[in-house]
Design a protein. Sequence first.
Length: 489
Amino acid sequence: MHKEFDSGLVWFRRDLRVHDNAALSDALQRCAQVHCVFVLDRAILDGLPRADRRVEFIRETLVELNASLRKLADKPTAGLIVLHAAAHETIPALAAALGVQAVFAAHDYEPQAIARDYAVEAALGGQGIALVTVKDHVIFERREVLTQTGKPYGVFTPYMRAWLARLGDAPPAQHACEPHAQALAARPAAYAHDVPSLEALGFEATNLVTLGITPGASGAAKLVDDFWERMDRYEETRNFPSVKGPSYLSVHLRFGTVSIRQLVGLALQRKLEGSAGAAVWLGELIWRDFYFQVLANFPQVARDAFKPEYDAIQWEQGEHAQALFDAWCQGTTGYPLVDAAMAQLNQTGYMHNRLRMVTGSFLVKHLGLDWRWGERYFAEKLNDFDLSANNGGWQWVSSSGCDAQPYFRIFNPINQSEKFDAQGKFIKRYLPQLAKLNAKQIHAPWKLGALELAAAGVELGKDYPRPVVDHAEARALTLQRYAVVRKNP
């Protein structure tokens, strides 16, 4: 059977799986032979800490992906070409060296990635090679879901209604790779080497294994199976950080070791069967699409407030602001739920979604710091860091983004602690120095008397810090700070 291209190259990016992979499926159907590559992009990696769980996650995932491609092709000489270089330079060079007529990849929506892809497309075009990109890691992208006036949505609920109406009751169609797998080519001898070790990449091993995080599609599959048994209870468990409520699939969605179409299909199936938990979880997956389309249609949000008037806010500056930020980063604010959440982030690279809202709100509306400071810190620390979701979340807590909480809604960290960690189980896990405080004491230890603190073995200022700010005073200052936008809440 004649195919459109004699030879093609699949450029894996954030779609590190062979199951339901749109770019791989497209290439296999359109090319007589297909090569596969992943670039450990120095433009990204060189700026990361030397012990970065994400790099270890990717590296281990590539080992599995390489084996999966061989199995899919049913030939030991097939596999993944792995390069450690600048992607915008090495992809055109590799495509030329392999003699391909087209490079296939999944769409990316981040401004820097789009600029990279333009550069690659231009370089490939100069060589007479096509760059073919396809939708993969969202259900609906860019301008596929629009208002009746043809504009992108800026409010989630009507977007979700339109999204659900467009999806209907049928699960999203998946992209089969198996039927055309014989097109997978053997790796040329010059590229038939193993995935580089962390050490060869200039990185160090992390606590990824100790944390029980299993990279690759196999790790995602285990979590999917586990969550399938808990999905019906998602609505009632998702807000409590000491309870096994979330799916924990966010890092796998980030790197594409699981298909969003598969997950939406599972959620839709259970929702149609009457599961309230599945309906809520499906809503969370829709939020993910929502933030991707916000970034695609309003790329300025990567640096500016979605609501421009919010950039007129005067944030704290100088040494005092830096000291407050350092306390927040280190989990020494004196507010136990905030500090336990930051300890979780620093120790594991994960933070429960409820706690992302609590810690984010605290940074902006208690400490008076620019949301971009927190956004950058989360970008460095989160295993599942995704620009669109991270930016959307931070603009939400700062009230400057799409469908954000009103500026006058200020989370009380004590109330949040009492409501979502009533027994203090989460706090005690990450702040063991407070373990002897009881369920009533642990949420605000500075309110206790000397005898109560002594009985629990806690000395404020030594074993645990005093609060860096007073809630009531911080709230009043925040309302004053946000006065510049009161006419546009």
